[in-house]
Design a protein around this ligand. Structure first.
Ligand code: ZN
Length: 276
């Protein structure tokens, strides 16, 4: 790594100022995505970042997904992007869902830190839970049938999505736009203390999500905290733009990997269910 242009260290106060610069004040309500990694230049690390978000906003929620609870039957619905024999053999590794279960590390370190903060609540979906502060009612909107309802509730409350870092995890709000427009959903199963629970409305692949960026001119705000990018998008605008795009082009945001089982299934579903 080149150190010639290394950015200076920054901490809680700098993060708070940067959040203010993109308009986040005391009554802001946000869904936060990312970062995958916390730069070494962040003094206080993920704890400082999470505390600054909590301080800047009235409501902060983040996906607290637990892919480690997923189990598969030996046979199941067809065209569900599952290799049942292989997946069911691997299911012996699964952990059962409980509110204290660690958030999947695939979501980066922030959601687990947020979950552990005093006053934080978590919804009860055994794979797709959300966690947050000042978020009780919003998180209570979630059900097995409507896993992304908290994002809908936050959008209706005038909330924003904040995306942090260079290579953040997928913006899960776009899965809500996919479901609103009738894109193919999948079925998954989770291990819980009460047994195996079927989870409908499971989202597909997010590898093509970054293609939305070119559609967001005019609604996206960009800032920097040190070398660390911050993006703010009003959720209502994001959902309307994404849903409008999928209605216009049913393949919008599907990935380009021809072997992707999710996007291939979504394309087949589109052929069998033409819009109109
Ligand atoms: Zn894909």
């Amino acid at each position: 790594m080149s150190t010639r242009k290394r950015a200076g260290a920054f901490g809680y106060r700098d993060i708070l100022l940067a959040l203010r610069e993109i308009g986040l004040e005391g009554d802001a309500r946000i869904l936060v995505i990312g970062p995958s990694l916390i730069p070494e230049t962040v003094r206080g690390g993920v704890a400082a970042l999470t505390a600054a978000l909590a301080s800047a906003c009235k409501t902060v929620i983040a996906p607290a997904f637990t892919y480690q609870t997923m189990v598969y039957p030996a046979e199941g619905p067809p065209d569900n992007a599952v290799d049942y024999p292989e997946a069911s053999a691997a299911s012996v590794e699964a952990d059962f869902f409980r509110p204290s279960l660690r958030v999947s590390p695939l979501l980066g370190p922030l959601p687990e830190t947020l979950r552990r903060m005093e006053g934080s609540v978590r919804s009860g979906h055994p794979i797709l839970s959300f966690t947050g502060l000042g978020a009780k009612e919003i998180l209570e909107s979630q059900s097995l049938a409507e896993p992304f309802a908290p994002i809908d509730a936050l959008a209706k409350a005038g909330g924003d999505v904040i995306v942090l870092g260079m290579d953040p995890p997928a913006n899960v709000a776009l899965h809500l736009a996919e479901q609103r427009t009738g894109r193919k959903p999948f079925v998954r199963w989770a291990l819980t203390p009460q047994g195996v629970v079927e989870c409908p409305g499971f989202p597909g692949c997010s590898r093509g999500f970054e293609t939305i960026e070119e559609k967001l001119a005019g609604v996206i705000q960009r800032g920097m905290v040190g070398s660390f990018p911050v993006i703010r998008i009003p959720l209502r605008d994001l959902l309307n733009i994404a849903a409008g795009w999928i209605r216009q082009d049913p393949q919008a945001m599907l990935c380009t990997n021809s072997d992707c089982p999710f996007c291939s299934a979504a394309r087949r579903f589109n052929q069998d269910h033409p819009a109109g």
